[in-house]
Design a protein around this ligand. Structure first.
Ligand code: ZN
Ligand code: ZN
Length: 341
């Protein structure tokens, strides 16, 4: 079977793999839709040194085509898959921190979502697959993983109704964070970014206010909307130190800042410890998604509390996966989704 893998730097490489055979309790999926994530873009940019074998895609919607002995799913079931599954029994799992589980990646999509067939290992098949809700388009259902990541971030920040929330970043994850934090009752939700068409989409569908940081000073803009206090919560969905610094300047005393975007190894931040102490700032980070976040994300998408459709601006057939990755990398629109036959 064909799979889209990380190739030499900047390239998606097609590789040929044996079709996986599902064992007891496992299922084999035929993908229906798979979102392209910033993680995929970063992996492709970095390239694979050695044999190309890392298969892209982890935002998967699929149909069961083979159900192993004793599997809880049947052939024909249409499901949304979590990318990986925490063990549920370790120290961090028992502290409600599923993505710190040391076993997180032991059971994941095999070989990845952007392949003709995907094997789902037993623990993932048992706890990390969710029925595709009736009437939810597959391309919108493919947003369950990114929406789930935002739910985890927003829970980590302890957002309450009426909180002023600043999202730094106008990419798909910035807009999804804005959409989700609205469900938590935040007001105003402010999206800061640099790309006019993305800011326009944010304003039209998700945010109460948007600000182009190339033209306007962020902290004074936020101060103007919060009686001079600054944001109660800042979520930084841009991979840079400067974005975090800008976010910190717009954070109120006692506020919470979340480093949401992944950054390259060695990325550091000069921190004003005196301010941190006297202003009682909270710095947090969040990564990934647990099964409860996935389940909640699907409900929000299915019942319309999160309007996912405007986020999907690029649709590509499987054969054009490299173009889908380029579409995401070049920030042409918002989210690119690969749609299978
Ligand atoms: Zn993702
Ligand atoms: Zn665990």
């Amino acid at each position: 079977m064909k799979a889209a893998a990380v190739g030499s730097p900047g390239e998606v490489e097609w590789i040929e793999l044996d079709e996986p055979i599902p064992g007891a309790g496992e299922v084999l999926l035929r993908p229906l839709a798979c979102g392209i994530c910033t993680t995929d873009v970063k992996l492709v940019r970095a390239g694979y040194r050695g044999d190309p074998c890392y298969v892209l895609g982890h935002e998967l919607v699929g149909e069961v085509v083979v159900a192993g002995e004793g599997a809880k799913w049947q052939v024909g079931d249409r499901i949304v898959a979590a990318p990986y599954i925490p063990c549920g029994a370790c120290h961090t799992c028992r502290h409600g921190q599923p993505t710190l589980c040391p076993h997180l990646f032991e059971n994941s999509l095999d070989p990845g979502g952007l392949a003709e067939r995907v094997r789902i290992p037993r623990p993932l098949a048992e706890r990390g697959l969710f029925p595709l809700p009736d009437g939810l388009p597959i391309e919108v259902a493919a947003l369950a993983e990114p929406v789930g990541c935002c739910i985890q971030a927003i829970e980590t920040c302890g957002v309450s109704a009426g909180d002023a929330v600043l999202i730094v970043g106008d990419g798909p994850m910035g807009l999804i964070n804005a959409a989700v934090v609205k469900v938590w009752g935040a007001y105003p939700v402010i999206v800061a970014g640099l790309i006019p068409h993305r800011l326009a989409a944010a304003k039209k569908h998700y945010a109460d206010a948007v600000v182009n940081v190339a033209e306007t000073d962020l902290s004074s803009f936020v101060a103007g909307l919060t009686a001079g206090r600054g944001a109660d919560v800042v979520i930084v969905a841009v991979s840079s130190t400067q974005a975090v610094e800008n976010g910190l300047r717009a954070l109120r005393a006692g506020g919470v800042l979340n480093v949401f975007a992944g950054v390259p190894e060695g990325t550091t931040l000069p921190l004003d410890l005196r301010r941190m102490h006297y202003e009682q700032l909270h710095l947090t980070g969040s990564f990934g998604v647990g099964p409860t976040h996935m389940a909640r994300a699907l409900r929000l998408l299915a019942n319309g509390q999160v309007n996912g459709a405007p986020l999907v601006t690029g649709r590509f057939p499987f054969e054009r996966t490299p173009e889908a990755v380029a579409y995401a990398a070049e920030q042409v629109g918002l989210k690119a989704v690969v749609i299978f036959e």
